[in-house]
Unconditional design. Structure first.
Length: 222
């Protein structure tokens, strides 16, 4: 065997080792970027205006054009969580979400109402904590592929998981703080019942975008 022939497998091995080294570094950067993305989504709010049919459409003769349109203000953090799991996958998605939660509890006031360990006593912390099982369940569904049905199911499971755990946690904290029924009813209406449909539609769109982002990421990694 000539010296040139002996060098070929060695060069291939070196290139393979360099590639293995680059991938973990890239994974770290992507996880940190997605954690920052979740932090940013907490402080973004936009309005969604859409057509509705008024409940009193047949009884109210004074309806005007404005009565047929409804505007809802939403913070897109739940869709952002679903995008992260679709983009990174279950394992890295979980890592990114956990970093986000630990950052808010231990380092920076990145949650909607601040941060710190005392935030676990906030009624809304359950929604944040629920990101972990939501990412696990949605990521498990998407492991079998980004089919249209899987995206629909992953978005539904992710959104329902977050709101269900969020409500249960809120009820627990509200009982400790002796909050009244009016507070609980108002919370569920404003934080979940009115939001679930919007979160689901936006999460489906986020996962659809993540599908192509994930495909491009795999193309880059070879």
């Amino acid at each position: 065997m000539s010296d040139d022939e002996a060098l070929v497998p060695r060069i291939k091995r070196i290139k393979k080792e360099k590639k293995k080294l680059k991938i973990p570094v890239l994974n770290i950067l992507l996880v940190l970027f997605c954690s920052f993305f979740l932090m940013t989504a907490t402080f973004i709010q936009f309005d969604i205006t859409h057509f509705i049919i008024p409940l009193d459409i047949f009884s109210n003769k004074n309806l005007v054009r404005e009565n047929f349109f409804y505007t809802y203000s939403i913070i897109p953090q739940i869709p952002a969580v679903l995008f992260v799991v679709g983009f990174l996958g279950r394992r890295l998605g979980l890592t990114s979400v956990i970093i986000y939660i630990l950052t808010g509890l231990l380092l920076l006031p990145i949650f909607a109402l601040g941060g710190g360990l005392h935030y676990v006593a906030e009624c809304g912390f359950g929604y944040i904590l629920a990101y972990i099982p939501a990412v696990f369940f949605a990521g498990s569904i998407l492991k079998s592929g980004f089919s249209f049905f899987n995206i629909l199911k992953a978005a539904l499971v992710g959104v329902i998981t977050i709101h269900f755990i969020g409500i249960i946690y809120m009820l627990f904290i509200a009982s400790i703080k002796s909050e009244g029924g009016g507070f609980i009813k108002g919370w569920i209406m404003s934080q979940s019942l009115l939001k679930i449909a919007y979160d689901y539609v936006l999460s489906f769109i986020a996962l659809f975008i993540a599908k192509f982002a994930n495909k491009y990421l795999k193309y880059i990694l070879g």
